[in-house]
Ligand binder design. Sequence first.
Ligand code: S3P
Length: 456
Amino acid sequence: MSDQNVQNGLTAWPSGPLRGEARVPGDKSISHRALILGALSVGETVISGLLESGDVQHTGRAMRAFGAAVERGRDGRWHVHGVGTGGFAEPDDVIDCGNSGTGVRLIMGAAATQPITATYTGDRSLRSRPMARVTEPLARFGAHAVGRAGGRLPLTLVGANDPLPIAFESPHPSAQVKSAVLLAGLSAPGRTHVIEAVATRDHTERMFRGFGAEVTTSEKADGREITVVGQPELTGQAITVPRDPSSAAFPVCAALITEGSDIVVPGVSRNPTRTGLYETLLDMGADLTFSRERVTGGEPVADLRVRSSRLSGVDVPPDRAPSMIDEYPILAVVAAFAEGRTTFRGIGELRVKESDRIDATARGLEANGVTVEEGRDWLVVDGRGGDGVPGGGTVAARLDHRIAMAFLCLGLASRAPVSVDDARVIDTSFPGFAALMSQLGARLAGNNDGTGAAGD
Ligand code: S3P
């Protein structure tokens, strides 16, 4: 490992109980969409609780490049002055989306039905991810994409001059793909339809309605059909971003496996298209209590109390995958502490995330003394139950924020400390992760100071 990597790494030490309130940051999916829809609206959008992470900052800069005004107020709220549906200006430089698959796919969707050309790129992880899943449906609107082999970034997308609406049956259980098509449908005339076999997160549909677009969702024999009427007049909105259930997953799961813990996550999203992890944890015997259920900014939220629990392995149903797609690495960590086996099936999409998350999770668990088996789209974790997890491994983060955070959580409850080689990538979705976990009682330290002292 190079000196630089040692410096950028983080080690989690076996920790005492986690206690207190975990105020996790705003939802990443909703934050991207708020900036993009604000940019496509007329008038001002004011966003409270925007996730100020690397991914979302890239989307904010991209919206500026397309002509919107995007500013952070002194009170922490973000103000977007949009250009209206179809009003994007041609950017005068390459759009860099950093680490964000959501950012680049949604932005390409929004730009595909506008008469402008833009070139997109990102970091090494993003440049390795498949983009044909969005450029193929976008071509049906009349857009034209030229990228590297396999449709990879950097990629230039020439927007359609006279876009045509489409009916698209999505072959991927992906909210990014669905949302790219719906965003393209906004600047096309007529009705655009997307049919998804399994329901994926519905923040785009909810937010379209909030901004004044006509969207309908109906259950069909072959899945869920979403229809948007193109070329609406979108009007700027006030948006409150709920806390991200995918970020909450880390303190929640760390508390479950760290004995004596008792924490509360206030205001976490309860959107039913995002709650698969919480259902699975309840199946495993987790002590979770939701209270003060309410609606914030069109999204259901609640306060969540978590107490450490004795857990049992379960079979996670494959049709639950879209509602917990980002939570598998941390759930696999929890499964390592459970009594018995946990089986994850139907998780092939994990192979094309920020890293190959089946492989990264399996190798990370093995490095810490946990037995796993894996296949193309499945993973089995042999829980160690009362024997405890040995730990002591160093895990490669592979430019994947969720891999880095999942294995730091493992280190809090294993017998020996666990290191992650490069923790900077955590800023992609969860700035302040180490500080928040330390406040709760986690012992995290830079890999080169070795004291086990709390710190960010
Ligand atoms: C997201 C959708 C998911 C998820 C990602 C955010 C979104 O990806 O992994 O972190 O905001 O639409 P897929 O829909 O491609 O599975």
